[in-house]
Design a protein. Structure first.
Length: 392
């Protein structure tokens, strides 16, 4: 397929931000997007912006009006979020957006082409504080350009594969919502405690703390995996991880003897987890973790079921995190605050019944996760083939 530079298939524009000192600039009806807005969307389309500016705000800065069916690409903080706007809009300075020449390129094909080459585009970013993609570098990016009818056919095939992937991902979300609904039905809201359960501080029913400190010079290239908050967060979401930090078996054995190591049923969470990213240890594969940035709840299963405790804490954090966490830059959970959490102690028999129901849901989720992986693999395979000329 013929390769063309992006500057030859459309007009590339940057954005800007009106002065925040004038609050009136942000009380208008012109859609104005920032990179964080693209991190929250599902699918490829953008509609209404969370923040809108006035005509005065628009005229006060160098942002540009983008017609519907333009391609928005974040060029910093971070590089690589992509979307198609379905309404006229403008953006802040964190974008390099493309108004496509419709006589040359199909907007949906362009979306998938940029998606395919995003890893290479990211490598073009420069900067000491954060990587930023320049307009000139973005304009020179090359993509394949088959005839318009072929572009449309490729986009339709990829749309179908993406729809299958997204439908399976939505099923996982629905399972999570079902589990949350079962918890609330059985136990009520953790904050208001409408069922009047007895409460105890978490420290009185579980061990609450963190690990013993492991210093940087004690890390090695292979051995027992050593997890930070980001790995624990990924594990809590059921994701597979490839650890890149390790400690020696001897070091692990010494730590196990001195302070113990996580056991099946224990809970671990990043110190910043307003979304309830709590990992339940489910097997005896050895690992250790970073002190402070990962919190450790040693669960006494005779007093509280760890599945019940996960959902209790998730629901509590969802509705009351700001009153539990602290910090000026970001809200972080402290061990002392975690210890003081008043835990609803529903009868252990009821907790165990809840755990059985969650176990059945987890079995279905495991099947859905496998289906999602297969759908993602299919989409990625088709995406690669599309831009090698092997799809149609």
């Amino acid at each position: 397929m013929e390769l063309v530079q992006l500057k030859d298939i459309g007009k590339i524009l940057s954005g800007s931000t009106p002065s925040r000192k004038n609050k009136e600039y942000f009380k208008g009806n012109i859609n104005w997007f920032t990179p964080k807005d693209l991190s929250k969307i599902e699918g490829k389309y953008l509609y209404e912006a969370p923040e809108k500016i006035t005509e005065g705000g628009y005229n006060s800065c160098s942002t540009n009006l983008l017609p519907a069916n333009s391609l928005l690409f974040t060029s910093r903080a971070p590089i690589g979020h992509i979307a198609i706007n379905k309404n006229t809009c403008c953006t802040n300075q964190g974008f390099k957006s493309i108004i496509p020449d419709e006589s040359k390129i199909n907007i949906d094909f362009l979306y998938y082409a940029i998606s395919r080459y995003t890893p290479e585009i990211k490598n073009l970013g420069r900067g000491a504080t954060f990587a930023e993609l320049s307009k000139s570098d973005f304009e020179k990016v090359q993509i394949p350009l088959p005839p318009l009818k072929t572009q449309q056919r490729i986009a339709e095939i990829l749309d179908n594969a993406a729809a299958l992937r997204d439908k399976t991902a939505q099923l996982l979300t629905e399972y999570d919502l079902l589990a949350q609904s079962i918890f609330l039905d059985m136990f009520g809201d953790p904050v208001s405690n409408p069922k009047g359960w007895e409460t105890e501080k978490l420290k009185d029913i579980c061990g609450v703390g963190s690990s013993r400190r492991v210093f940087v010079d004690e890390l090695v290239e292979s051995g027992i995996p050593f997890y930070r908050g980001k790995e624990i967060g990924a594990l809590s979401s059921g994701k597979s991880i490839n650890p890149d930090l390790f400690i020696t078996q001897e070091h692990y054995n010494n730590l196990a003897q001195a302070t113990g190591v996580p056991q099946i049923g224990d809970l671990l969470m990043p110190s910043i987890c307003p979304d309830g990213r709590i990992y339940r240890v489910s097997n005896d594969t050895p690992f250790y973790f970073k002190d402070g940035r990962v919190l450790w709840i040693k669960v006494d299963q005779l007093k509280v079921n760890s599945y019940y405790l996960i959902f209790f804490l998730r629901e509590l954090f969802r509705t009351n995190y700001s009153n539990i966490a602290s910090g000026t830059t970001f809200a972080e959970l402290k061990i002392v605050a975690l210890k003081k959490i008043k835990t609803l102690l529903a009868p252990i028999e009821l907790q165990n019944q809840f755990a059985e129901k969650i176990g059945l849901i987890e079995q279905q989720k495991a099947l859905a996760k496998q289906e999602l992986k297969e759908a993602e693999d299919l989409f990625n395979c088709l995406l690669q083939k599309a831009f090698k000329g092997e799809l149609v």
